[in-house]
Design a protein around this ligand. Structure first.
Ligand code: ZN
Length: 434
């Protein structure tokens, strides 16, 4: 394929990928099996079994959410598997009614309330694993739509070495979390797996000689030897007042679930300036956007420069299914993308033609989706004195990022392409999410 000069290579490939994505369908004979089992239980009026089956199968297939989407004639049970919403089977409204009631009953929601949204959770234990399922209802026309988020404790904390850091980024992060104070921000667009990253870092920091307190909304997982508090903003408490109370508990390390406003940012910054290691998150897409957002929240650049240590921007991408992985023939576009990146990161001597790329084929293990599970890609900026000086001088985030490039900053896209070269994911997947 000849690349027209007017469009960027990556944009062209992205267009092509999105087009193909729409045409691809997840299919599996397991879906029929789930449907038969659930409907059989419903016929026998064993609603509890039906709900258990739906939840257990969602876990088996690696889903993050279960959707009960109601339409005029039927309800579709769908799983979100590696981001993609997959139709599993349909229920009639008559079949859905007892499932909905069971869901609401198990989650301590009020059965008679159908005209306002409600949310709480139910749990179930599978092979000694306790799984929490957070249920949210939404009234739609004459029905109630339900979405269940699966909170699987066994996936919440993983080994620090399994967070998919390259050794350079891992070293940066290890250095950052070994410090006594400063602030570390994990930034995230929705569904980027920040919970796992944060909890895994906390678990690594969790030694008996340090006191760790968290401020969460809500507490998703229980962690041993970490004092976890949950803000209830319906009361008069706000993140800011709660955070101040928390600081009087003499912690060494604080995890603030999310910086949402100027006051929380200021209090968290103050905490880091008074010898606490502060971990928090911000809803942004990249390291540059994070710097802009903080300054837009009116935090003075010289304060930012003195408080912030590291920004970890991250995104989840799908991992190639290891069961049907085959070498792919590199397209002209693949070659241009890799060659450009190698030049950017100063590795032009690596010959693109020697680099192999892989892709998934169809197989039952990945439900014919080519991918199985997900991996993280990162962009980590560790501020050094040069970068702090730039921040103090009101440099733009672009100027700061450009300077950080001199200090080995790998952009998120490059981290992803390097992971494609390592055969963990595909270039198509990286371009799809970035
Ligand atoms: Zn496969």
């Amino acid at each position: 394929m000849v690349v027209p000069k007017t469009k960027k290579v990556s944009d062209l490939l992205k267009e092509e990928i999105l087009e193909n994505e729409e045409k691809r369908e997840y299919t599996s004979d397991k879906f029929k099996k789930i449907e038969d089992k659930v409907k059989d239980s419903l016929k026998k009026q064993k609603t509890d079994d039906a709900l258990n089956d739906i939840t257990i199968w969602a876990l088996v297939l690696g889903s993050s959410d279960i959707h009960y989407d109601t339409f005029e004639d039927y309800v579709v049970v769908r799983y979100r598997i590696d981001w993609v919403l997959v139709d599993i089977f349909r229920l009639t409204h008559k079949e859905y009614k007892p499932v909905l009631e069971r869901l609401k009953y198990s989650s301590s929601l009020k059965l008679n309330i159908t005209n306002i949204p409600q949310d709480w959770k139910y749990d179930l234990t599978i092979d000694d694993r306790k799984i929490d399922v957070r249920v949210s209802t939404l009234p739609v026309w004459d029905y109630e739509n339900v979405v269940c988020r699966i909170l699987d404790n066994s996936n919440a904390i993983i080994d620090f070495d399994k967070l998919w850091f390259f050794w350079t980024t891992k070293r940066m992060l290890e250095k950052a979390i070994s410090k006594r104070n400063w602030m570390i921000l994990v930034t995230w667009p929705t569904g980027s797996g920040k919970t796992t990253t944060l909890y895994t870092i906390l678990a690594k920091l969790n030694t008996r000689d340090k006191k760790i307190i968290t401020l969460e909304d809500p507490i998703e997982y229980r962690l041993d030897w970490i004092i976890q508090s949950e803000v209830d903003e319906k009361q008069w408490f706000t993140f800011k007042t709660w955070l101040r109370a928390l600081l009087r508990q003499d912690p060494d390390i604080i995890m603030v679930w999310e910086i949402r406003d100027k006051e929380t940012l200021e209090t968290a910054t103050q905490a880091s300036l008074t010898w606490h290691l502060v971990l928090s998150t911000l809803h942004t897409k990249s390291a540059a956007e994070t710097l802009d957002r903080i300054v837009n929240m009116w935090l003075k650049p010289y304060v930012l420069a003195s408080a912030l240590d590291t920004i970890i921007a991250q995104r989840l991408v799908r991992r190639i299914c290891p069961h049907c992985k085959v070498e792919k023939e590199k397209s002209q576009l693949d070659i241009s993308i890799i060659a450009n990146m190698m030049k950017e990161i100063g590795m032009s001597s690596v010959l693109t033609k020697h680099i192999k790329l892989y892709e998934g084929k169809w197989c039952p293990k990945c439900n014919n989706s080519w991918y199985q599970w997900r991996i993280w890609i990162y962009e980590i900026i560790s501020l050094n004195e040069d970068l702090r000086d730039l921040i103090r001088e009101w440099a733009t985030s672009d100027e700061i990022i450009r300077k950080a490039r001199d200090w080995d900053l790998i952009t998120m896209k490059e981290d992803g392409i390097l992971k494609a070269i390592k055969w963990f994911t595909t270039i198509e997947e990286i371009l799809r999410v970035i």
